[in-house]
Every structure is written in structure tokens, then in C-alpha cells.
Design a protein around this ligand. Structure first.
Ligand code: C2E
Ligand code: CA
Ligand code: CA
Length: 666
């Protein structure tokens, strides 16, 4: 920035010393020493004008154009500028005034130049023609009026100063503009990044980070819109499909969360892809698939008004979902269950239709239906289930459970070979509840894990007590039922080992009963877990064989000791030769593989006769004993020495018949 009080320097270029002296006296501050110049001044300039009070700060006088250029150049190098130059037109032998002016201009374009001429040979037009531009250039004809010279010096000095000031202002303005521009572009960036942040916030708020699908919040908005539309246009309808993967938790537990995440991403992709070609049924809304969280997905079908149409889409999507998923380490195939709810006048909100679809899904899952459509009766079931769950949670904490023990008979000797622990729920307000009423819910909610631990420990304690009181019972074995959820818990083998240690039951007296369905799905993981249990030293029994998957390869691939043939076979044994030959084949195959066989559910004498013929190793059923309280087992073992001495199974059954009325519990 220019100093507003920048000194005004004047340069006089004239070959005649007298003229230079005259300029000096006019422009330089008057002093006594210069009084003698006054006369010359008067002679040269004619009239004696009054001085301009504020003359220049400095005056330099040189004889030639070259000298002037040198002075200006040097000054400039030192950061000093000349404001005005009075240049004589004719300065032999050097440059003339115009040439000098040109050169000075070249050195310092801001310098104000006054060409002084006594001759008329150079008109203003000539000057303009030679110098091209006239800004900052004046012509002064001799003889000069001193006050005119002073005024000129002052005026041009002021003009120079103002020009400098203006230039400085301009430069400053330019600087400011640049800074402003920088600020503006910075602001623009700021705004952009805020917009981006807002978008990502929006993305986070409304979309699931893992799959990129709309999330619960966005689904709620969409359903609210759909209901608003339905109110405007009663002909409009839509359906909600609620998907829940079957056994997804097992993928997470056995393969890890990374693999679980991959499965979810793949399922999301399949839902979206699968929805692309369902428009034959109904128009697919924008963003039809959402993820509610976990392994729950929701699909909204626009324009679908019937359960049947929705079921067609659900079925197609299920087919897509259940194709094997390649996880590099291994393939998994997951099924899913779908609940359908079609928007109706009874729905007031998105929450309500979602709740109905969820209820239907639950039914589909538990009745293994794949697809279920909501009907109002389900709501009651769902409510009951919820009550059951919270009731059971409290019961697990309060240990409101007990065990009944059902003997398992050795077929050849008729001895009690083992007792099977069967859990009962002793609800303070209701009659005792049977396991079929609550075990499925316990499995679904995971409550089976703490409950199962309690059962195992209580059963082992009971056996330890029996062993302590009945010396003959040292061979007696204990069977405990274990659900899929427990088996897949990686801590399960360690839990078993610890409970055996605490209760003092030898590992080779405990048998774990698992169903086939607990082993299916991830067979490698199941084999690994069963191997760990073998290491602990317990026996492994395959329960309910013949129901569900019934693959004979099961017998070969798992390290089993005993296979228990499900009672549904026994029921038809005496009537159907077909089921007799199936059972016979199973018994033979098992025996060939070194696996013993138990037939359960033996209720009648003809059934007993049939299984004896088939060569079963063990038999269990109401014909011999019902599940009994542990006290009755003690009594039985005490009074049953005779039974244990090798009487035939048939006579055991007969005796049991007589006593069953008394010993039966629930
Ligand atoms: P399960 O393991 O097949 O147990 C045998 C079931 O068949 C028992 O029913 C028993 O009372 C019944 N039963 C035994 N003999 C006969 C017979 O001759 N005729 C008929 N009709 N039934 C007979 P319960 O105690 O109601 O148990 C039902 C199921 O609940 C069990 O089937 C088992 O899958 C499950 N369960 C029972 N206790 C436990 C447990 O502690 N843990 C687990 N995870 N599941 C259990
Ligand atoms: Ca069992
Ligand atoms: Ca069974």
C-alpha cells in the first residue's frame, strides 16, 4: 500500500543551466541564499507570480535525457519514485524531449511528464503522434509563469499521488477480491461437504449400512405413504411380506459374523433381483425390499390385493433365497419363512400391518409352512407366545422346573438299563406344563441354553444320588435331551465336563440325546461338536429317528452309539408289515454299523412282541414305565431287584401294567 504522504519528487531535465536554476528557485523552498535567483526568474518567466505554498518535497535537476533516465532508474532501484518530470524539448547534443519522455515512461509508467517548449515546431498533435498516448503528459510553452510551473508541479504531483493511491487501492481491491474468491470457493467446498455429510446422515438414518437396503425407519415412512394413498383411493391395495431366515443364528455362531454378514448381503441382493421379475403379479414399488434388522427382511408389493397373489411372489423369492450361497470356505443353503399381510381396512398404520405380517411369519416358521398368511386368530397365538416367553424367563431364573425320569429297558434282560430325564414346568398358577408346550419357545428364544444347563445338572445330581443310595445302580445310565441350540453352543462340551465333575457322575454313564434335525444344516460343525462330546466320554443317541429328514446316511456320518426309533413307527408296527420292514431295515443297518437300537413309545403287548422279533436292544414306553418322579425311581430300583435278575421283558411289562396307574405322573 502507498504511503498517503509519499513525498513528491520533481525531476527537471534541461540542457541550459540558467533554466535549471530558474526551475530550482521556483520549485525549491525559497531561502535567502536563493534571493539572487529571483531576478533571473523574473527575467525568464516575465511576471513574478506568487509561490504555491505547498511545493514539491524534492527537486533534482539534470542537463540531459540520459541523466534523467539514470536518476529515475537508480531511484526506482532504491524504492524511490519521481512524480513529475519537466523535460525540455531541445537538449542538444542528447535526446530531445519526446525521446526522453518516451524512455522515462518506459522506466516508470506512472511518472507525469511536462514537455517544455519554446518553439512552435512541436504541436500537441506531434506529441500525441510520437508518444501514442497523452495520459500523464502535458505541454508547457516558454516563457513560463513561475506560479504556473508550481501549480503544475503541485497538480501533477497530486494527480500522481492519487493515481498511485488508486493503483494501490486497486491492487488492494484485487487482493481483497482474490481473498474473497478464495473464501467463496472455500465456502462452496464447505457447503458441498455439509451437503455430503447431510446426505450420508440421511443415508445412515434411512438405509441399512450392511446391505444398502432401506431400513426400518424408511420402511415406516413408505408404509405411511401407502396408507395415505389407500385412504385417498380405496381401490388401491398393497401387501407386506415379512421374511425371516431359518437358522441364521447358526451361521453366525458357527461360521462367524463376517460370513453371517456376507449371507445377509447376498440375501438382500437376491430379494432385489428376484423382485425385478415379479411385475406379472403386481407392480413392484420403488425400493420394495427393506431390512428390519438381524435376519428380517420386508418386501412391500404395490397393487397386490389378494393373499394368493402375494403368496406367488413370496414363493418365488423363497426359491431364490434358498439356493446355496457360496462363502468360499463352504456353501450354505438357508431357508426362510414368510408371513403375508394384505393391507385392509382394519389396519391403521404401518406398525399394525408389520405386526400382522410378523405374526404370520412366526406361524410359518413354527409350523414349518414356509409361507403363512395372517388371520386374526394368529394374533391371539402370538400374544400367548409372548406371555409364555416372559413367564418362562422368570421361571428359568426361579428354577420352577422339575425332572421326571422314564426308564429305558434292556430288551434281552428286562433290566432297567437307563433313565431318561424329561423336563416339567411347575408353574405356580397353572397345572404342570409339558415340554412340548414350552421347549419350542425356549429353543426359539435361546432360553433353552440356561434351562438346558439346569436340566443337565439336575439330572446328573439325581443320578449321583441314585448311585449313592443303590449300589446295584452302578451300571444305570442317564439320558438327557439336548436341543440344537445347546449343541451348537461352543461352550456346551465344556459345560458337560464341568457338570459331570461337579456332580461326580462318570462321563460313561451319561448319554446325550439329540434329534436328527439338530444335526442337519451344517453337518461339518455338528460332527465336530459330537466329536468333542465323544472326547468328554459321553454316549451319543440319535432321538426320534424316522421323523423329519430320516436320512440313513446320518447313521454313518455321525459318531452314534444308539439310535432311538420314533414312536410313530411303533404305533403302526403291529398293523402294517410295511413299517415293520422299514424298522427291521433300520435295526439291521444300525447293527451292522455297530449302533444299538432303542424303540420308544411301546404301549401294547403286540408292539412289544413285534419289537422283540425285530431285535431291538432297548425298549421304552408306557407299557413298562411312564416318566416318574425321582423318588419313584428310587423305590423302583429298591423293589425291582427281582426285575433286574433277568426276568423276561414281557413280565416286566406285566408288572408295570399293574403299577402304572399309581406311578404315572402327568
Ligand atoms: P422325547 O425325547 O422323544 O421324549 C419322549 C417323550 O415321549 C416324552 O414326552 C414321554 O413322556 C413320551 N413317551 C414315552 N413313552 C411313551 C409312550 O409309550 N407313549 C407315548 N404316547 N408317549 C411316550 P415328554 O416328556 O412330553 O417330552 C416330549 C419331548 O420334549 C421329548 O421327546 C423331547 O423332545 C422334549 N424334551 C423333554 N424334556 C426335555 C429336555 O430336558 N430338554 C430338551 N431339549 N427337550 C426335552
Ligand atoms: Ca428323548
Ligand atoms: Ca424320542
Amino acid at each position: 500500500m502507498t504511503d498517503p504522504r509519499e513525498p513528491i519528487r520533481v525531476l527537471v531535465v534541461d540542457d541550459e543551466p540558467a533554466v535549471r536554476a530558474a526551475f530550482a528557485s521556483v520549485l525549491k523552498p525559497r531561502s535567502a541564499a536563493h534571493a539572487d535567483l529571483d531576478a533571473m526568474e523574473a527575467a525568464l518567466f516575465g511576471a513574478s507570480g506568487s509561490r504555491v505554498p505547498d511545493g514539491p518535497d524534492d527537486v533534482v535537476l539534470v542537463p540531459q535525457g540520459e541523466d534523467a533516465c539514470l536518476v529515475v532508474e537508480r531511484a526506482l532501484a532504491a524504492g524511490v519514485r519521481y512524480a513529475v518530470a519537466f523535460v525540455d524539448m531541445r537538449m542538444p547534443p542528447g535526446w530531445d524531449g519526446l525521446q526522453t519522455a518516451e524512455r522515462l515512461r518506459a522506466i516508470d509508467p506512472q511518472i507525469q511528464i511536462v514537455i517544455c517548449t519554446a518553439y512552435s515546431d512541436h504541436s500537441w498533435d506531434d506529441v500525441v503522434a510520437r508518444l501514442g498516448h497523452v495520459d500523464g503528459l502535458l505541454l508547457l510553452k516558454k516563457p513560463f509563469d513561475p506560479s504556473e510551473v508550481r501549480q503544475m508541479a503541485a497538480a501533477l504531483g497530486e494527480k500522481w499521488r492519487l493515481t498511485r493511491q488508486a493503483d494501490a487501492d486497486l491492487a488492494r481491491m484485487h487482493q481483497l477480491t482474490t481473498r474473497l474468491e478464495a473464501t467463496v470457493s472455500h465456502l462452496k467446498l464447505e457447503v458441498q461437504s455439509r451437503v455430503a455429510a447431510e446426505q450420508s446422515l440421511h443415508q445412515h438414518a434411512y438405509f441399512d449400512a450392511l446391505t444398502g437396503l432401506p431400513n426400518r425407519l424408511r420402511l415406516h415412512d413408505r408404509l405411511a405413504d401407502a396408507f395415505a394413498r389407500k385412504r385417498r383411493d380405496p381401490r388401491y391395495s398393497f401387501a407386506v411380506l415379512f421374511f425371516d431366515l431359518d437358522g441364521f443364528k447358526l451361521v453366525n455362531d458357527s461360521l462367524g459374523h463376517d460370513m453371517g454378514d456376507r449371507v445377509l448381503v447376498e440375501i438382500a441382493r437376491r430379494l432385489n433381483d428376484g423382485l425385478r421379475d415379479v411385475d406379472s403379479v403386481g407392480r413392484v414399488a420403488e425400493e420394495p425390499a427393506s431390512r428390519l434388522g438381524g435376519d428380517e427382511f420386508v418386501v412391500v408389493l404395490d397393487g397386490v390385493a389378494s393373499d394368493a397373489d402375494a403368496a406367488v411372489v413370496a414363493d418365488r423369492l423363497l426359491t431364490q433365497i434358498s439356493k446355496p450361497i457360496d462363502l468360499v470356505v463352504q456353501q450354505v443353503a438357508l431357508s426362510a419363512s414368510v408371513g403375508i399381510a394384505v393391507a385392509g381396512s382394519h389396519h391403521a398404520s404401518g406398525d399394525e400391518i408389520l405386526r400382522d405380517a410378523d405374526t404370520a411369519m412366526y406361524r410359518a416358521k413354527f409350523e414349518r409352512l414356509r409361507i403363512a398368511t395372517f388371520d386374526p386368530a394368529m394374533q391371539e397365538t402370538a400374544r400367548k407366545r409372548l406371555c409364555l416367553e416372559s413367564d418362562m424367563r422368570r421361571a428359568v431364573e426361579a428354577e420352577h422346573f422339575s425332572l421326571a425320569f422314564q426308564p429305558i429297558m434292556h430288551a434281552a434282560s428286562g433290566k432297567i438299563a437307563a433313565i431318561e430325564a424329561l423336563v416339567r414346568w411347575d408353574h405356580p398358577d397353572y397345572p404342570t406344563r409339558m415340554p412340548d408346550e414350552f421347549i419350542p419357545t425356549a429353543e426359539e428364544t435361546g432360553l433353552i441354553v440356561p434351562l438346558g444347563r439346569w436340566i443337565l445338572e439336575a439330572a446328573c445330581r439325581a443320578l449321583a444320588d441314585i448311585r449313592a443310595k443303590s449300589p446295584d445302580a452302578s451300571d444305570l445310565r442317564l439320558s438327557v435331551n439336548v436341543s440344537r441350540r445347546q449343541l451348537l453352543d461352543p461352550r456346551f462340551p465344556a459345560d458337560v465336563r464341568e457338570i459331570l465333575r461337579r456332580t461326580g457322575v462318570p462321563a460313561n454313564r451319561l448319554d446325550i440325546e439329540v434329534t436328527e434335525s439338530a444335526l442337519i444344516g451344517d453337518e461339518a460343525a455338528a460332527i465336530h461338536r459330537l466329536g468333542e462330546l465323544k472326547q468328554v466320554g459321553v454316549g451319543l443317541h440319535l432321538d426320534d429317528f424316522g421323523t423329519g429328514y430320516s436320512s440313513l446316511s446320518c447313521l454313518q456320518s455321525f459318531p452314534l452309539d444308539v439310535v432311538k426309533i420314533d414312536r410313530s413307527f411303533i404305533r403302526t408296527l403291529s398293523e402294517s408289515t410295511k413299517s415293520a420292514s422299514v424298522v427291521e431295515a433300520i435295526v439291521n443297518l444300525a447293527h451292522r454299523l455297530g449302533i444299538r437300537v432303542t424303540i420308544e413309545g411301546v404301549e401294547t403287548d403286540p408292539q412289544l412282541a413285534a419289537i422283540q422279533e425285530l431285535g431291538s436292544d432297548y425298549a421304552q414306553g408306557f407299557l413298562f414305565h411312564r416318566p416318574l418322579p425321582v423318588a419313584r425311581i428310587h423305590e423302583l430300583l429298591a423293589t425291582a431287584r427281582a426285575l433286574q435278575s433277568g426276568r423276561a421283558l414281557a413280565s416286566v411289562a406285566q408288572t408295570a401294567h399293574v403299577t402304572s396307574q399309581i406311578t404315572e405322573i402327568a
